[in-house]
Design a binder for this molecule. Structure first.
Ligand SMILES: [Zn+2]
Length: 88
């Protein structure tokens, strides 16, 4: 059963992916302005590669943060990254 929301067609290729990925980096590094974040989120809702890229970067960032703090990385986070990579 597919919900109405999931029927919205997302772009499967991004014509501005290089810029999108730069923006993703800014956001996960906490260097993007609120306006930039809002703009990217809007774009992400219509653009599949951007959404995937963002989720992957976010998982990687979290993992690196935990490593820096010398905390153990939860298996769920590792699985998340593996899953995201296999979907690319
Ligand atoms: Zn895009």
């Amino acid at each position: 059963m597919v919900s109405e929301a999931e029927k919205i067609q997302k772009k499967t290729s991004c014509e501005h992916q290089a810029e999108c990925m730069k923006m993703v980096q800014l956001i996960v590094d906490g260097q993007a302005s609120d306006e930039q974040i809002n703009q990217f989120k809007l774009n992400m809702s219509t653009c599949l590669p951007c959404e995937k890229g963002y989720e992957l970067e976010k998982c990687i960032k979290e993992t690196m943060q935990l490593r820096l703090e010398r905390k153990s990385v939860p298996v769920s986070l590792i699985d998340c990254i593996k899953q995201k990579i296999s979907m690319l």
